[in-house]
Design a binder for this molecule. Sequence first.
Ligand code: GTP
Ligand code: MG
Length: 171
Amino acid sequence: ERRFAQFKLVLLGESAVGKSSVVQRFVKDSFSDFRESTIGAAFLTQTVDIDDTTTVKFEIWDTAGQERYRSLASIYYRNAQAALVVYDITQKASLDKAKYWIKELQKQANSDIIIALVGNKTDLQDQREVSIEEAQSFAQGMGLLYFEVSAKTGQGVKECFKQIAVKLPIE
Ligand code: GTP
Ligand code: MG
């Protein structure tokens, strides 16, 4: 018989890096070029079959990246078992913001939280400002998972959530 496990996952990162778009790709397999900035936070769920016997259900909190919502974030990451910290590969400053969130998670979140650094918008290669090597070596040094994805094309999105699912502690 199938085993089911449920986990809370939070997305953090600067406004417009594509957090909501990554979630929309994962949950609805769709993309919109004109997406409204998130207000407060949004809640969605999606399941992933990690093998023939186990299904993981993600309870996803997609937080708002705008500065005015910054102090709300702790409400959403407090009980999270996994976090996607998203930056935009075409915006160097968004990686600095991702580093800020990673520090905050490592100080304030569950000590066993699984954190993934996620570079979004790989469809915009010609505008790239953050190299894979730079982000990957930072992630490695901090003990994080690391992925590059495109919410627009879908590249890497399912794989990213699946890799997190297989890392989660299922009894
Ligand atoms: P906040 O809710 O304000 O924190 O922003 P967000 O991080 O949720 O960003 P959102 O998903 O709203 O996307 C911002 C903009 O980037 C939108 O215009 C999206 O269409 C665009 N976008 C998101 N992902 C991608 C991607 O993979 N490629 C491209 N080219 N554009 C993307
Ligand atoms: Mg959003």
